[in-house]
Design a protein around this ligand. Structure first.
Ligand SMILES: [Zn+2]
Length: 274
């Protein structure tokens, strides 16, 4: 069983005190690896250190780097792109650009500023044929507006809150839909209906740890080691055995990251052409 968490935040403050235990817990619960997702260039170094710790306990770890829309009031376009450039030249090259996107539910963020930050990073990713990891909150239509007008290499909509119709348009645009802890909530009927209607080959699994804990962990921090619970809920919803479902999910995950999961970042400079 090779279970990959496509979205977690290892450098988060919630993990600073006991990251080694958190990572060992993931391994003990059948998680083979994770994509660590960045939020701001100031945190990329901590993120890389956390990824090295993950490898030290025996997990695979890959890095997505980007500036999250919540940081759009503090990180300008130039700073965001400089951070990506630095990361691209480093030993820990991005396998995706994220977490980037638009958040129209969070107050205090200028939409023009968010749009500029998002589209600049979308273009940077497209120039390198990198998928993007999208943050979407009340912003599905605006994200789709930009995706139709900018070249891009697809990616994943993480923590998706939109409708089935909007999800289908993202899928047409070459995007996967990330399925996280929300699926474990028995009352999430609208979301259950959406996820059961979407094509299986569009779905990947994520935790967003330490955020978005599942039903059994309400009020706690979320952990990458809870990923099997999301797999079990999705298997139940789709009427499949978890092992059978995981085969499809792993195929989708490899496709999402365009074969970049096939190597370990520690040796990527020697195996991957620049
Ligand atoms: Zn996230």
């Amino acid at each position: 069983m090779e279970l990959i968490d496509t979205h977690c935040h290892l450098e988060a403050a919630a993990f600073v005190d006991d990251l080694d235990e958190v990572l060992s817990h993931a391994l003990a619960n059948g998680v083979a690896g994770m994509v660590a997702v960045g939020v701001s260039p100031a945190d990329f170094a901590d993120q890389c250190q956390a990824m090295a710790k993950a490898r030290a306990v025996g997990l695979s770890a890959w890095g997505a780097f980007g500036t999250h829309p919540w940081w759009s009031d503090r990180v300008g376009v130039d700073e965001a792109l400089a951070g990506l450039d630095r990361q691209w030249q480093s030993d820990e090259r991005p396998i995706a650009v994220g977490e980037i996107g638009l958040d129209f539910a969070q107050s205090g963020l200028e939409s023009d500023v968010q749009n500029a930050l998002f589209t600049a990073q979308l273009d940077w990713a497209a120039e390198r044929d990198l998928p993007v990891i999208l943050h979407e909150r009340k912003s599905a239509d605006r994200l789709l507006y930009w995706l139709r007008r900018h070249r891009h290499a697809g990616g994943v909509v993480h923590g998706f809150t939109g409708s089935t119709q909007q999800a289908e348009v993202f899928i047409e645009q070459g995007f996967h839909i990330g399925v996280g802890g929300a699926i474990t909530h028995p009352g999430a009927h609208r979301m259950h209906r959406m996820i059961s209607e979407l094509p299986l080959d569009a779905l990947v699994l994520e935790t967003d740890a330490p955020n978005q804990p599942g039903h059994d962990h309400r009020g706690e921090r979320n952990l990458p080691g809870y990923l099997p619970e999301n797999l079990a809920s999705l298997a139940h919803l789709r009427g499949m055995e978890p092992d059978q479902l995981l085969e499809s999910i792993n195929r989708n995950t490899r496709q999402l990251f365009k074969g970049r999961l096939g190597y370990n970042a520690a040796s990527n400079n020697s195996t991957e052409p620049r």
